[in-house]
Design a protein around this ligand. Structure first.
Ligand code: SF4
Length: 154
């Protein structure tokens, strides 16, 4: 077991140091008022089949550890402040991704007085990921682009 762990650690270091490697991306997900359809796809994206973790893309629990704030759902008035707090807690450089048509402002929920509006109206959105819900393939492509963008920012 010890030998196996050492071998894995060495392999991980070699992969991380490979030329052209863009490093990892930590994603903080905030459900700002989703129907949960987008969360199903997110679950699939990070599950064993799509396994975005193999690219170094992982969900983290705290915005302080995150590179990307991934928002799902049309933002409700009750979630607006929490969303702003999560964004403010993130270190620079940071990216905001609107995941799904609702977060992009093109959702089926339309406009209601209970909604604060699309994510783009509240925070500077860097990535719009369309779909209702977007598929894990689309998310994978966008986050791999974000990984490259993160590298360019540094
Ligand atoms: S984009 Fe579609 S799946 Fe995602 S929260 Fe809106 S209605 Fe639900």
């Amino acid at each position: 077991m010890f030998v196996l762990l050492n071998t894995l650690r060495r392999l991980r270091r070699q992969i991380a140091l490979a030329p052209g490697d863009a490093g990892s991306v930590a994603v903080r997900h905030v459900d700002a008022g989703s129907c949960n359809g987008c969360e199903h796809e997110l679950g699939a994206a990070f599950g064993p089949h799509y396994d975005l973790g193999r690219h170094g893309i992982n969900i983290v629990a705290a915005p302080r550890h995150a590179d990307v704030l991934l928002v799902t759902g049309a933002v409700t008035t009750r979630m607006e402040t929490s969303l702003r707090i999560a964004y403010a807690a993130m270190p620079e450089p940071r990216l905001v991704a609107a995941f799904g048509d609702c977060a992009c402002g093109r959702g089926v929920l339309g406009s209601s007085e209970e909604l604060a509006g699309a994510v783009g109206g509240l925070l500077p959105v860097d990535l719009e990921i369309p779909g209702c819900p977007p598929s894990p393939d689309v998310l994978e492509r966008c986050l791999l682009d974000a990984r490259v963008a993160k590298k360019d920012q540094r």
